[in-house]
Design a binder for this molecule. Structure first.
Ligand code: HEC
Length: 120
């Protein structure tokens, strides 16, 4: 082999190694989707716990009967949001709605989502 061929195959090898490294470091499409839409852990509804959490964290904005206030009424929120949508908005927040991922555990948020999804 001539010197040039050696250099060319060397470059080719480096390019392949870089491509492989990128493949493993860049997040896959699924991972990106996962982050945008957090997956809800499975829980069984504990209505008393949900009501306690609502009282502690939510009624200041959503009203003590969930009739609305600074935030929209949640009395029939289950009619237009499913548990995953509820879990997502409580976890991540939206505009005036604060994110609760640092205040509440995923299980607590999932329980709230289940509770609210039955309010239709
Ligand atoms: C600081 C005030 C505030 C607090 C506290 C708050 N929210 Fe909200 N929430 C809002 C506002 C404002 C919106 C409307 C956001 C928008 O316009 O996108 C909202 C929207 C929502 C929605 C979407 C309603 C819909 O019909 O689209 C849900 C569900 C919700 N909040 C649940 C909760 C829960 C559960 C808690 C307690 C863990 C909570 N919120 C605490 C202000 C608040």
């Amino acid at each position: 082999m001539t010197m040039q061929k050696w250099i060319m195959s060397g470059l080719f090898f480096v390019a392949c190694a870089l491509a492989l490294a990128l493949m493993f470091t860049l997040p896959g499409k699924e991972e990106v989707a996962e982050e945008a839409k957090p997956t809800m852990p499975e829980v069984t509804l504990d209505a008393a716990a949900a009501e306690a959490t609502l009282k502690a964290s939510c009624i200041t904005c959503h009203g003590d009967q969930l009739q609305g206030g600074a935030g929209p009424a949640l009395q029939q929120v289950g009619g237009h949001m499913d548990t995953n949508a509820l879990f997502s908005v409580i976890t991540k927040g939206r505009k005036g709605m604060p994110a609760f991922k640092d205040q509440l555990k995923p299980d607590e948020i999932a329980n709230l989502a289940l509770y609210l999804s039955e309010k239709k």
